[in-house]
Design a protein around this ligand. Structure first.
Ligand code: ADP
Ligand code: MG
Ligand code: MG
Length: 199
């Protein structure tokens, strides 16, 4: 079973990974965006880590909804409301249980990913974070490691795609040949999740 401490640990690990990879995320956002994805998420996840340390919410649902709210209020770019919605809707779906099973978490995360798709109007193949999130949540029923691998493969597979949503879509065919920054940061979130499960 997964408790509030597991989810706090996940998001704190995600903040550390995003901080370490911020420069790379910003570099990916340079040819097909506005070169701010790393700094956007660095700021957002640092705020999440600080808030979780201060408040230490007692349930998985409360950890995720608080983190989601924090991302929405600290990240100005498209990724803030999208990742914020992912965490808030996942948290809401978990309700106020003190512990949740891996299957309950996988089901809740599916609700969160669906909400990201509804908010941004994107689907897999549009060269967005959904190209990592959807295969990862599909694999999560199997294991955390399988979800990490699926997210990584999904992120790499965005390179030959033409962007149909977000800033990169303004470039049309010139968006082809670059890995999507948001799909790359989504893979980091699943990397942090697998690390947390292995710890
Ligand atoms: P901005 O583009 O506003 O500067 P970021 O650079 O932080 O925001 O985030 C860009 C990432 O957000 C993209 O690489 C893409 O993965 C994701 N993204 C943008 N628009 C959408 C959308 N409509 N649906 C899903 N993901 C999106
Ligand atoms: Mg950007
Ligand atoms: Mg921006």
């Amino acid at each position: 079973m997964l408790d509030a401490a597991f989810f706090r640990h996940w998001l704190t690990s995600a903040a550390a990974l995003v901080d370490r990879e911020a420069e790379r995320l910003t570099q990916l956002d340079s040819p097909i965006g506005d070169a701010d994805h790393g700094s956007n998420l660095q700021r957002g996840f640092a705020a999440v880590a600080t808030t979780l340390e201060k408040d230490a919410p007692a349930t998985p649902g409360a950890v995720l909804t608080l983190a989601g709210r924090q991302l929405i209020s600290t990240v100005g770019g498209a990724s803030g409301p999208l990742y914020g919605t992912l965490l808030r809707r996942t948290g809401k779906a978990l309700g106020d249980a003190a512990e949740v099973s891996e299957q309950q978490f996988a089901d809740a995360l599916r609700t969160g990913v669906d909400a990201v798709s509804a908010l941004g109007g994107a689907a897999p193949g549009d060269k967005t974070m959904l190209d990592a999130l959807v295969p990862a949540v599909d694999a999560l029923g199997e294991s955390f490691g399988a979800a990490r691998d699926a997210a990584n493969e999904g992120a790499v597979a965005t390179t030959p795609l033409q962007a149909r949503k977000g800033r990169a879509s303004y470039l049309g065919e010139r968006s082809i040949g670059h890995q999507d920054p948001g799909a790359t940061s989504s893979a980091l979130l699943f990397d942090a999740l697998a690390q947390t499960a292995e710890a």
